[in-house]
Design a protein around this ligand. Sequence first.
Ligand code: GAR
Length: 192
Amino acid sequence: MEKLTGLKKIKTAVFISGTGSNLRNLIKFSKIKKSPVSINLIISNTPLAKGLRFADQFKIKKKIFNFMNFKDPEKNILSLIKKEKIRFICLAGFMKILSKDFIKKFDGKIINIHPSLLPKYKGLNTHSRAINNKDKFTGCTAHYVTARLDSGKIILQKKIKIAAKDSADTLAKKVLKQEHKLYPAAIIKIFN
Ligand code: GAR
């Protein structure tokens, strides 16, 4: 990954599909001096993503690409990204799988946060799967995005103990809290 030179922060897009708590957290992080990135663009695949409100709140450009309506959403996303001079992408609860071609064009510059200790529990419902399997620990993982789902090189991981009384919901809350620490730490790690 390129090193930071001078004072300019790296223009970054965050892709979301839902609540956007990681997005909000990354925006807040981006405003502190030690952040190597600035958040300049928010992309969602659905107008229903609650996190889109943070675009208005923090005056960041947002764009919705409804994958159902767009013939070639990725082509449109790529041209917007180019226009906005975006050099780094953070997926934050983005529930669409990006194509090989898209990832190739942005190779090594897309990262993701996932609510499990990868390579365990790729995909959805990670917390109920961990509980059903009676795992003692779960966690979250920041990793590079490749064409294979939740399989890219791991940047950082945080292990979290599963309590006997944990449900998928309580665990999701615990893990999300740690995601909010891990994601900025991963960004610092790759640019420093
Ligand atoms: C987060 O827990 C994130 O790790 C997960 O979706 C949630 C989004 O929450 N992502 C994935 O499962 C991707 N495979 P947020 O919208 O509040 O950031």
